[in-house]
Write a protein that binds this ligand. Structure first.
Ligand SMILES: [Zn+2]
Length: 213
């Protein structure tokens, strides 16, 4: 009898994470409360807006005293620092336009301790996105007009694949929607114009170049 070829196994979250070059730098000051699976709705993409590498970015967050951080910072060479566990809230998206909690379905701010938070004006009073999302920072300056290196974009693809697999295993039925920071808060610079095509591809195929691998 002919043997049927085994179908390729879907990689587990653990296998996908093992493919990434992630180092953990969890700090209690970056953790603002629980994020149950039912509230994991978004992945928010950011530019760091500094030439400093991920280590420098994390250290500057810690030194700032405003308890801001993202879950992940992706270096230009594809190496990654994780600062906050996937099931905890980080202050990466900050305040959004008034009305955006309603628009994005992120109205419950009660799980967020809001430590370190300073209001920025009545035009941007909504804070819910932090409680419903994962934040990914890419080391990049939006005003320099530079392309994102391939190694960084591939790492972002693989990181999103890992995040999707992790939450699917936890019971998430619809993959997180991918947005960028300026979609949440008007006037923000990130992500840059150079990322627009990649963002569109990630939103549809979850790979930066639009091809399914
Ligand atoms: Zn940002």
């Amino acid at each position: 009898m002919a043997q049927t070829a085994p179908s390729p196994a879907v990689p587990s979250a653990t296998e996908l994470r093992a493919k990434l070059n992630i180092s953990e730098d969890f700090r209690s000051a970056f953790d603002h409360g629980p994020k149950p699976i039912s509230s994991q709705l978004y992945i928010v993409m950011h530019d760091t807006e500094t030439d400093t590498d991920a280590t420098g970015v994390v250290n500057s967050w810690a030194a700032s005293g405003n308890l801001v951080a993202a879950h992940f910072v992706v270096n230009k060479d594809g190496s990654i620092i994780q600062c906050v566990p996937l099931d905890r809230i980080a202050h990466h998206a900050g305040f959004g336009d008034t009305g955006h909690n309603e628009h994005f379905g992120t109205t419950d701010e009660s799980r967020d301790d809001k430590a370190g938070t300073q209001p920025i004006g009545s035009w941007a009073s909504d804070y819910g996105m932090n409680s419903y999302s994962i934040g990914i920072e890419m080391v990049h300056i939006s005003t320099h007009g530079e392309e994102y290196p391939e190694a960084q974009l591939v790492a972002v693809d693989q990181l999103i694949a890992y995040i999707d697999a992790y939450f699917a295993a936890e019971g998430q039925t619809t993959p997180s929607k991918i947005i960028d920071h300026k979609a949440w808060r008007s006037g923000n610079s990130d992500t840059s114009p150079e990322f627009a095509t990649y963002l569109k591809n990630l939103q549809t195929t979850r790979t930066h170049d639009g091809y399914t691998r």
